[in-house]
Write a new protein. Structure first.
Length: 387
């Protein structure tokens, strides 16, 4: 899908797993012999598709932080779907970007990376989302993992994916789940990429062929056709400063409330009830976190660790149950280099679940989630004894 903005800017909208897109990219660059080839990649993603073994250098400890676990799980899962589709159509994900880069190198044409750093994009989205949006995203992701079957993927039609109306509709549906993410992932990036292309074009002095995802085509085209369009890239390259997080605030309030409840129970109804309430807290929180770790298919010692750690870590905002359970999982089922390499080849549910890196991420994420659920259940339960 091609859009010519003027004589010096040509946009090529692509599907990331389409041989048709690869051919169109190569033909467009051959036809226009541009001064610059712009690709919808940031430095990280550029290295990701040109350096296939970058996972080998990933420190295990970086996988244990809870936010990292969620991000990496989502990224790997979505990439695996794309790889499955790419295999069905005989095309590697990102082949059209690789084709653009190779064509540019062959013709000694400068390459411009016009997308915003993916880490900045994800952090901006996470910081801007509310609790409800974060829960919706997690829930949809969880449903997607459970329903991740090859038969469903085979029903997708690439020609339909290239249809702009369908892609726009998909974006609208995604926006209903998490409007903030839609703004950061789509609208902000449309503006960012358009400004980078405009800067590369130098007011018509340089001919630019820009290879972009079809979902961004109309948004970028709209900005480039607006002669008054201009944004300050630095403003949307910054991660919003930390505000008072509701979750962090709750994290600090929980131990205080728990202490107040136990002290109140001791003062008004005796030490026996105070001890009982502490036991209920320990069991509810520990069991929920252990169940989460079990669902993630964690090692038996990781499950026991989650059970013991969750009631304690839930009273400390500085430590999470998933981190502790994750360290134990990494100790007894240490991911090997082949596990990291295989992340780039996962195509089905069995491979997804059996990979040790994925299992480690799942243990971290599900142990934390179980502890959160346990806290939500335990507090009103123990408070009911004091009513």
């Amino acid at each position: 899908m091609q859009e010519k903005i003027n004589d010096t800017v040509i946009l090529v909208g692509t599907a990331h797993i389409s041989q048709k897109s690869v051919n169109e990219v190569e033909e467009t660059i051959e036809k226009y012999h541009p001064d610059i080839v712009a690709v919808e990649l940031c430095e990280r993603r550029y290295k990701g598709i040109t350096q296939k073994d970058q996972w080998e250098n990933t420190p295990i400890t970086s996988l244990l932080k809870s936010n990292n676990a969620y991000f990496l799980l989502a990224q790997t899962f979505l990439s695996s779907i794309q790889r499955k589709l790419g295999k069905d159509y005989g095309v590697e994900p990102g082949s059209e970007m690789i084709a653009a880069i190779k064509q540019a190198e062959e013709h000694q044409i400068p390459i411009e990376l016009v997308d915003r750093d993916i880490a900045v994009t994800l952090k901006r989205a996470w910081k801007k989302m509310g609790i409800r949006e974060k829960f919706r995203i997690f829930w949809e992701f969880l449903k997607a993992i459970i329903g991740f079957e090859e038969e469903e993927l085979e029903e997708l039609n690439l020609d339909e994916m290239m249809n702009q109306d369908m892609i726009s509709t998909m974006m609208e549906e995604f926006g209903k789940i998490a409007p903030t993410i839609k703004d950061v992932l789509i609208s902000e990036r449309d503006s960012y990429i358009a400004q980078k292309i405009k800067d590369a074009n130098q007011n018509g002095k340089k001919t630019v062929v820009a290879v972009i995802g079809a979902g961004h085509l109309q948004g970028i085209k709209k900005h480039l056709e607006d002669t008054s369009f201009h944004i300050d890239l630095k403003e949307i390259e910054e991660v919003p400063k930390k505000r008072i997080s509701v979750l962090k605030t709750i994290g600090y309030i929980i131990p205080v409330l728990f202490a107040v409840l136990i002290i109140y129970a001791f003062m008004t109804k005796g030490s026996e009830l105070a001890i009982d309430l502490f036991v209920y807290w320990f069991l509810i929180n520990g069991i929920c976190s252990a169940i989460g770790t079990l669902l993630a298919r964690g090692h038996i010692l990781s499950i026991l660790t989650a059970f013991v750690a969750a009631p304690i870590t839930s009273l400390s905002p500085a430590v999470a149950a998933g981190w502790v359970a994750g360290y134990v999982e990494a100790e007894f089922r240490t991911p090997m280099i082949k596990d990291f390499k295989n992340l780039s080849h996962i195509e089905n549910l069995k491979e997804f679940w059996n990979n040790r890196v994925i299992r480690l991420l799942m243990v971290v994420a599900f142990a934390n989630l179980g502890s959160m659920i346990g806290t939500v259940i335990a507090f009103p339960y123990i408070a009911s004894f004091l009513a």
